[in-house]
Design a protein around this ligand. Structure first.
Ligand SMILES: C[S@@+](CC[C@H](N)C(=O)[O-])C[C@H]1O[C@@H](n2cnc3c(N)ncnc32)[C@H](O)[C@@H]1O
Length: 390
């Protein structure tokens, strides 16, 4: 999934930083899980991962990547898939286990959902396609109607108690991911594009989510500053938002998709949507870490770090972020006074996130000495007992 701040390209660097922070094994806590890519990476390496995020769609990713015990049987809805031809094996994509036979019920079920289930006009057609009165161009009417039908079917199966919990989350992530690949956006859902991009004209395709094998972890949807009190871990990974863009306002469509199966009907969410882009009220998921007002952001980060009960911390941040390098170094050093400031920080040249490049919406200049596309990512690593170990 395209997620602002997704750390997939930096996973190996994060593992190296974890080692510099003294991590030799045990529990990893991913406090700002987002797309779940970091937790997924550590679980696949045999570590137990616990994580949290404010967004409901992130909870769905965490559930699948951290808690999924293996390929599901979908036995409660077998009557729908047993006579279906399985979809082609490449729909297993990069799931683990990679053996398509292990995923046979899922491969047959997605044939039913994509090709047998009749399309239906629901909230996505009315609110996020040009067929609705607001004429929002996030999805073509055809893809929106297919998604509406699939979501309604998942909801009905949940209400009838025909899905195991992990089966439901796997389906939800598969749907969010399929919608993301045909969404008519550039990077985030903060705006839709005026004309259809090629990807948005493609047929909707469900895939098996990129599950991994490893110890069962724990997914959460709690505010980081509140949840940190309850956490004890060997490695605390912090990847907070770094600018004013609130995730609730930039990922409302995945959020709506992830929540719809939990509702009794489309109405409860549909009645709340507002504005040019069909936002879901997002104040309850607004983050002080995105605030440029006074010392809100610094206070929130400092309070989290101060209360961290971990053997080591790795913190990712962008050089274009609200907090300065000195502020972060001070926070980490007061957490572990023996830490050597000169050894704590590694800088990694990084390609700018797609929706942040160029265009009229651009609201910042590149840092001094950087090209338009280049930004440096900071990776701080500190161990509590012995100080920085770089
Ligand atoms: C930079 S992204 C994390 C990206 C993630 N590491 C990945 O690879 O996809 C920051 C995340 O922090 C979440 N967030 C922001 N403020 C939060 C808070 N106070 N508590 C919990 N999560 C928060 C956002 O919803 C967003 O998903």
């Amino acid at each position: 999934m395209r997620w602002l701040g997704n750390k997939t390209p930096l996973l190996d660097e994060i593992l190296l930083a974890a080692k510099r922070a003294g991590f030799r094994g045990g529990t990893v806590c991913d406090l700002f899980a987002g797309s779940g890519s970091v937790g997924r990476f550590f679980r696949a390496r045999g570590y137990r991962v616990i994580s949290t995020d404010l967004m409901h769609c992130s909870l769905a990713f965490q559930k699948v990547y951290l808690e999924c015990p293996g390929p599901p049987s979908f036995s409660g809805v077998q009557d729908h898939w047993e006579s279906m031809e399985p979809m082609e094996a490449k729909r297993v994509h990069d799931a683990s286990p990679a053996d398509p036979d292990a995923w046979m019920p899922f491969l047959k079920l997605i044939r039913y959902l994509e090709q047998e289930l009749p399309a239906r006009e629901g909230i996505l057609v009315r609110q996020f396609s040009p067929a609705g009165t607001a004429e929002r161009g996030y999805l073509t009417p055809v893809n929106a109607a297919r998604l509406d039908a699939i979501i309604d079917q998942i909801r009905q199966w949940r209400i009838d108690d025909r899905l195991q919990e992990n089966e439901m989350w796997l389906l939800i992530v598969s749907v969010i991911d399929a919608a993301d690949r045909v969404a008519n956006i550039s990077g985030t859902y903060g705006a839709y594009l005026k004309s259809w991009q090629q990807n948005s004209l493609n047929d909707l395709k469900l895939r098996i989510p990129a599950t991994v094998e490893g110890p069962i972890g724990q997914a959460n949807r709690c505010e980081a500053g509140e949840w940190i009190e309850q956490v004890e871990c060997d490695l605390l990974y912090l990847d907070p938002p770094y600018n004013h863009r609130q995730y609730g306002a930039n990922y409302h469509l995945p959020e709506v998709i992830s929540r719809l199966p939990m509702e009794e009907s489309d109405d409860s969410l549909e009645l709340q949507l507002y504005g040019k882009t069909g936002l879901l009220p997002w104040k309850d998921v607004s983050s002080p870490l995105c605030s440029r007002r006074g010392t809100d952001c610094r206070d929130a980060m400092q309070s989290i770090i101060q209360r961290a009960q971990a053997r080591g911390i790795v913190l990712s941040y962008s050089e274009e972020g609200i907090l300065s390098r000195t502020e972060i170094l001070q926070m980490l050093q007061s957490w572990s006074p023996a830490g050597d400031r000169d050894q704590m920080l590694h800088e990694i040249p990084y390609r700018r996130f797609r929706s942040d490049r160029g265009g009229a919406s651009r609201q910042f200049r590149p840092a001094e000495g950087r090209t338009e596309d280049e930004v440096h990512e900071w990776l701080f690593a500190i161990e509590r007992e012995q100080g920085g170990l770089c």
